[in-house]
Design a protein around this ligand. Structure first.
Ligand code: NAD
Length: 403
């Protein structure tokens, strides 16, 4: 049965078909382990009442071998049809003119939110003293900004024409040997991102939504994002939010606080006082840096989950956020954590919260385990007390045993 989108949101049958892309490199190590964990979690949560019918679709190296294409149209069509998919990492072949498969999927399905929850799991090695103070959910805009791919190379005739045009029309002086990039930030793109961040905060009982920007320097683009974000909050969520600047004393009961921070200050504050932030909404480039910086802080760079979502059409692709790790691919030693926790995020998106909780419980108990010896993949061993390196499969087994 297919997952469908209705006026009231996603309609998820009890036995949905979910396409998956195994992924390149360590994909063949982590996918079989992750899917076993997902099936166990669903069974534990719902017995035989619910199950997932996994449908393999191809992209990356496996697709290229089978069809000669890196992203066959059948794969794209299947994800469009079944709405929700999950994937392992994909190789982006180096070379001019090759468009990243990830970017093609995100743009083709207009997956405008990159959702990155960042939270600490006790027992996971972290470089900071109080990683437990980090519990944020990043909404990163996924389709605009300097990442839109609108670039012109240096010393090219067309670039020269653009440089001349700017000089003539705006009086802008740009060095003639410059490369150029365009930073589109639209009202509609900013509004749909901030809207979903606020809806998320309301639905999950979060305290605040912080808009992160560099509007003091980039006044029209990042400053626009900030202004449109506040205007939208007031217009569409007036009785549910309150701007931080309007609060004197206690936050009014039940209201979500709208705040904003300049991105460089934000990068300091997430190290010094991360507990002041909750849901965060930002543009593509800031979001890229922030997500990885925060993931590192909770020790989760190898286990950070992610999802790319269009909340209007329902389309979503959940994915391991690390790459293909070619050095360890096929050895059966990769950490499946990022894909496993992305699956947890996917089940939450589907409204299967009980299955999501079972996965989270299994994962955190497997890395915590008190005085018992922890059986984890080798990347985590140097940072944990009383831990032994085991294979991807055995770590997966340990997660299932702890569910
Ligand atoms: P990488 O994430 O593959 O590797 C960085 C380091 O982390 C390596 O030391 C690697 O061994 C380790 N690592 C990564 N995942 C791990 C896991 N699950 N368990 C244990 N250790 C792990 O990044 P890279 O080397 O920059 O990129 C390799 C390839 O992956 C490139 O082709 C790149 O384009 C691609 N990539 C894909 C995605 C994606 O599909 N979402 C993301 C990033 C990179």
């Amino acid at each position: 049965m297919k997952i469908t989108m209705t006026d009231k949101g996603l309609r998820v049958p009890d036995h949905p078909v979910i396409p998956f892309i195994e992924g390149d490199g360590v994909g063949c190590d982590i996918w079989p382990v992750a899917v076993d964990i997902f099936d166990h979690a669903v069974e534990k949560a719902y017995g035989s009442k619910r199950s997932v019918e996994w449908k393999e679709v191809y992209a990356g190296g496996k697709a290229h071998e089978k069809t000669g294409e890196w992203l066959p149209s059948e794969t794209f069509d299947a994800i469009r049809e079944y709405l929700v998919a999950i994937k392992g990492p994909l190789t982006t072949p180096v070379g001019e003119g090759f468009r990243s498969i990830n970017v093609t999927l995100r743009q083709g399905l207009d997956l405008f939110v990159c959702l990155r929850p960042v939270k600490y799991y006790p027992g996971v090695p972290s470089p900071v003293r109080h990683p437990e103070r980090v519990d944020m959910v990043i909404f990163r805009e996924n389709t605009e900004d300097l990442y839109a791919g609108l670039e012109l190379p240096a010393e090219d005739g067309k670039t020269g024409m653009v440089i001349d045009y700017f000089k003539k029309e705006f009086g802008w002086v740009i060095k003639p040997d410059s490369a150029l990039g365009l930073k589109p930030i639209s009202i509609s793109g900013s509004e749909r991102l901030v809207r979903e961040a606020i809806r998320y905060a309301i639905k999950h009982g979060r305290r605040s939504v912080t808009l992160v920007h560099k509007g003091n320097i980039m006044k029209h683009t990042e400053g626009g994002f900030l202004r449109w974000g506040y205007e939208l909050a007031r217009r569409e969520f007036g009785d549910q939010v309150v701007a931080e600047s309007e609060i004197s004393g206690e936050v009014p009961e039940g209201k979500i606080v709208m705040k904003n921070v300049i991105v460089d200050a934000f990068l300091q504050q997430i190290i010094l006082t991360p507990d002041q932030f909750d849901v965060v909404a930002t543009m593509n480039l800031n979001g890229d840096y922030i997500s990885d910086a925060l993931a590192a802080q909770v020790g989760g760079i190898g286990i950070a989950p992610g999802g790319n979502i269009n909340f209007n059409t329902g389309h979503a692709i959940f994915e391991a956020t690390h790459g293909t790790a070619p050095q360890i691919a096929g050895k059966g030693i990769a950490n499946p954590g990022s894909l496993v926790l992305s699956g947890k995020l996917m089940f939450e998106y589907l409204g299967w919260n009980e299955a999501a909780e079972v996965i989270e419980k299994g994962f955190s108990a497997a890395v915590l385990k008190g005085r018992e010896e922890k059986r984890v993949t080798s990347d985590m061993v140097p940072f944990l007390e009383n831990a032994r390196a085991v294979s991807t499969k055995d770590f997966g087994r340990s997660i299932i045993d702890c569910m």
